[in-house]
Design a protein around this ligand. Structure first.
Ligand code: ATP
Ligand code: MG
Length: 413
């Protein structure tokens, strides 16, 4: 679990604001959710035989003996919230949420126990059009930020009936190569053979690569859905590769699954993953409701942005006020408040803790402010103030106090 320190929090805030802006421009609204849910919600939605439920959840009994879990992902909570608040009653919902998720994983670069996701969900939408929209908006995000080292992989998992036939074929195949399977996979063989395809064990990769593929077992309607998605992506100019091994780590997916992967971050290459989960609402006790969503790992997103040389707008102060001499501190407070009134958004730091002129100017320089405003006793008497550019060789100028706001507005433009 990491502290996000001031030297990177500005980058986080900026990148989160760009995602938020893009997602909202497609008509998605924010939903804020609790960090804790009943454990049962995740057991039922994510599935018992998954990495998350088997070994990654932070689960505990509360004072009332109820089993609660720190959310490992957001989709289950979004669906739960949609149901408990009646948001899915003859309505469709386009929602986004973001925040920390918790998984008891082996920590390594790009894999943490508290990490953050940005999550987008469309509930009540069954067609490939919304699948395409959700992907197109992520493509826009990469374009907007100049992120290039990323590739889209898509696959279809079909509907439960066709997946059942595929499951039978998989069990048959894996049984034939059983001596090469690891312990986890042998255990999953009967319960959830699809999960074996999701194995992270390098020794299993050859066996997984030779397994039958779901696309050969797709039902006709799911094939049509997949074709529809591909046609819309082609029309939108979003390139993709079909990865028949892409199954995703959670149980609830059906039809479309996709993942944006990068080679820039070592082995933790999945930056944004999504898929359709048409059966989940019903499984949790609601009416049949088709739905699809994606989740982006913010740590990996931030790292990828940096790896692609991404820039972040400066967060430095605009002005640093140095005040030396009798009465100048109170006057600089007054001036700062006035400037904050008259130049919305201006970032002003007042020198706190006194000090000589020299030490105040040193702090001004360290603050990375664009200008120092210098107020001494003489300036105070004359009703003037010094404006000293700190980031250029330009000369210091002296302006009348009643012209300060107008002058700064021009300089900061
Ligand atoms: P992985 O295959 O890397 O374990 P996952 O399939 O478990 O990922 P999802 O549950 O789909 O991932 O979560 C969506 C996104 O959240 C991932 O694409 C990734 O960017 C990010 N993510 C998942 N787990 C972690 C983690 N422990 N630390 C940081 N980011 C994570
Ligand atoms: Mg995982």
């Amino acid at each position: 679990m990491n502290d996000i320190l001031p030297d990177v929090s500005g980058t986080w805030r900026y990148l989160e604001s760009v995602v938020r802006e893009i997602v909202q421009s497609y008509g998605y609204s924010e939903i804020r959710l609790p960090l804790l849910e009943y454990t049962e919600l995740f057991q039922r939605s994510i599935g018992e035989v998954t990495d998350i439920v088997e070994k990654e959840m932070y689960t505990f009994l509360d004072r009332n003996g109820e089993s609660l879990t720190l959310r490992p992902e957001a989709t289950a909570s979004v669906v739960r919230a949609g149901m408990t608040n009646g948001l899915l009653h003859n309505q469709r919902q386009k929602l986004w949420t973001s925040g920390p998720m918790f998984r008891y994983e082996k920590p390594q670069k790009g894999r943490y126990r508290q990490f953050h996701q940005f999550d987008v969900e469309a509930l009540g939408y069954g067609g490939p059009d919304v699948d395409a929209e959700l992907i197109v908006m992520t493509a826009r995000l990469w374009r907007r930020l100049g992120i290039s080292r990323i590739e889209l992989q898509i696959n279809s998992l079909g509907m439960p009936e066709s997946r059942q036939r595929y499951r039978t074929a998989l069990i048959e195949y894996f049984n034939g190569v059983k001596s090469g399977l690891d312990e986890d996979s042998i255990r999953r063989l009967e319960q959830n053979p699809l999960r074996i395809l999701d194995s992270k064990n390098p020794d299993m990769q050859d066996i997984v690569a030779a397994a039958p593929v779901m696309l050969d077992y797709l039902d006709e309607a799911s094939s049509g859905h997949f074709e529809g998605l591909r046609a819309l992506l082609d029309a939108a100019g979003v390139a993709y590769t079909i990865n028949p091994r892409l199954v995703r780590g959670l149980d609830y997916y059906s039809r479309t699954v996709f993942e944006w992967v990068t080679d820039a971050l070592g082995s933790q290459g999945a930056v944004c993953s999504g898929g359709r989960y048409d059966g989940l609402v019903e499984k949790l006790g609601g009416r049949p409701t088709p739905a699809i969503g994606w989740a982006m790992g913010i740590e990996r997103f931030v790292a990828l942005h940096e790896a692609c040389g991404g820039e972040v707008p400066q967060q430095n102060a605009d002005v640093y006020i140095a005040a030396v001499g009798e009465g100048t501190l109170a006057r600089s407070f007054e001036l700062a408040e006035e400037l904050r009134d008259r130049i919305p958004g201006i970032r002003i730091e007042i020198n706190l803790g006194g000090g000589s002129f020299k030490s105040q100017m040193k702090r001004a320089d360290k603050s990375n402010a664009t200008y120092a405003l210098i107020l001494g006793e003489q300036e105070l008497d004359e009703g003037r103030i010094g404006i000293k550019p700190l980031r250029s060789k330009a000369e210091q100028e002296s302006v009348a106090l009643d012209k300060l706001a107008a002058t700064l507005r021009k300089r900061l433009n």
